[in-house]
Ligand binder design. Structure first.
Ligand code: COA
Length: 169
């Protein structure tokens, strides 16, 4: 039986931190389903399709990485997909309380599901998608934080929003 894990998030956009966790997980699972949340309260910069494409590119089209969009509860998606392992990253002690609560709540909803916490590489622990978006918006350099394909997509978004803003002047 192949070992399959689920790694969920909004990935708006995927960062080198997410990619690091996925690669680390592939050392002990055969296949990872990356679940892109589409009904998050956050107003995303990238569409779900764009986020999916960027994840595939960031993982160099690794056939062991499958990207799927999901809505609703993560436990329901896991059940439908017949997956029993959820991967989460703990970047800092500040992540712990929220992650612990979410893991216990997911266990309450689906006792057959296990959450596995991973420690990301030290040089990615300070990365978050919203910081990356902010740096890109103000023209900062996101090299080393995201895959080159994501950096290019951020530049394209930035140019589009600049054009939109100036058309309103
Ligand atoms: N490297 C870099 N950044 C990371 C990271 C890592 N290893 N791990 C997390 N992050 C970033 C994310 O990009 C995100 O950044 P942002 O807030 O700046 O956009 C932030 O840390 C928080 O990540 P996370 O906690 O994974 O939030 P998320 O919005 O990406 O995903 C879901 C949260 C979708 C997994 C969760 O809300 C969910 O399961 N929703 C479905 C509904 C549900 O089942 N609810 C009940 C839960 S008990």
């Amino acid at each position: 039986m192949p070992r399959v894990a689920l790694y969920a998030g909004s990935f708006d956009p995927i960062t080198n931190g997410h990619a690091d966790l996925i690669r680390r997980s592939l050392r002990f699972v055969d296949h990872i389903v990356v679940a892109v949340a589409t009904n998050i309260a956050k107003q995303p910069l990238f569409t779900a399709d764009e986020r999916t494409e960027l994840i595939i590119a960031a993982l160099d089209r690794d056939p062991r990485v499958e990207v799927r969009e999901f809505q609703g509860l993560l436990v329901d998606f896991a059940k439908q997909s017949d997956i029993r392992m959820i991967i989460r990253g703990l970047r800092a002690a500040s992540d712990f309380e929220y992650e612990y609560q979410m893991a216990l709540m997911n266990r309450h909803l689906a006792p057959e599901l296990e959450t596995v916490f991973m420690v990301p590489s030290l040089d990615t622990t300070y990365i978050s998608s919203s910081l990356v978006r902010e740096i890109a918006r103000f023209g900062g350099d996101v090299t080393g934080l995201v895959h080159p394909a994501t950096a290019a997509a951020l530049r394209t978004k930035d140019r589009k929003s600049t054009r939109l803003n100036s058309s309103h002047l």
